[in-house]
Write a protein that binds this ligand. Sequence first.
Ligand code: FAD
Ligand code: MG
Length: 350
Amino acid sequence: MNSKKITHILLAAALAASLLAAASCSRANERIVEDSRFFMGTVVQIKVSIDPAKYSEARAKDAISKAFDEINRIEDVYSVYKDTSEISRINRLRKNERLQISDGVFNLVHKTLDYSERTSGAFDITVKPLVDLWERAKRTNKLPDEHEFKRALERVGYKNVALDETVRTIHFKKDGISIDLGGAAKGYATDRAIFILEENGIDNAIVNSGGDMYCLGKRTARELWKVGVQHPRDRNRLFLEIGLQDRAIDTSGDYERYFVIGGKRYSHIIDPRTGYPIGDSAVSASVIAADSTTADILATAMCVLGEKGFGIIKESGGIDAVLVMFEAGRLTAKMSEGIRKRYDISEEKL
Ligand code: FAD
Ligand code: MG
């Protein structure tokens, strides 16, 4: 080898080493601090990315702990599993009896009613009697009889919920109405956790409430947060990976909470218009939006509406969706227009 060639190789090696050093130097500044807790029947994971020179690990842990406190508070207020929650108090109201409610509950109920209008009732928080009916079917391994089914369906209808903006009260226009924010409150809890982290000086974080996520800022100076979406029929595989910044992504589907009676699979998502768990309209839906509450609501709505839901996604502006459904007996993924241009997506075969 001549000396000129050797110089070139050495120069190239030096350049590569200096690039590597620069890369590891900027990467070494960031550290991920994370913790997980069990809330709302699921695991909530929070990761924050900090530069320890500017923000200590102890402060990061304290910020995460405050975010968990907020989720804990939300569970106490919004849970239908707790008799003492504000939602359970609302559910004990009789026809036309008014209850003054907190701003948080008022605003979330208001938002869900708005989406009930926009989705023509595919998303409906008054679906609770049907949720309870199908929960009982799951427990007893017996399908509901026609009489029970009719009775539950009669007690569903978002138009029976009324809010009074001036005095911040809620009332039901009919006896037997009840609400369940299970399709929206995990997303809301994610948004609130992000709010608390930001309030505590965190600029880069990811909150994952059992599939309802928000990516704040970036993972490192040059890396986005990468979010994986589970294959809907194989929990050990991801079928999508998306790089996100300041965006929420929420996934709903028939694969985490479902039950089987007589060989037929039933989802925990109900079509409030028919009273039945969703069928072939969707296996799963992931929605990307500017906030996790909206993404949570629309992911549930997309599961009910199937492909028709893309119309609402388009109308909403700035929102994207990935729908997985069966087509001619095969799992197929459909995506909103332009999603690949807006996001860095890697996709596995379904
Ligand atoms: P999503 O699709 O986001 O929501 C589905 C849920 O929304 C259903 O479970 C039902 O409640 C409701 N729903 C169904 N169909 C519709 C529809 N068409 N329109 C509107 N809503 C619909 N689980 C436990 O096992 N134990 C607990 O103690 C518990 N506590 C919780 C407390 C809170 C505050 C919340 C938000 C959830 C809690 N959960 C708990 C989980 C809850 O029961 C739901 O299963 C969960 O929210 C479903 O979320 P998802 O993302 O899987 O599905
Ligand atoms: Mg939802």
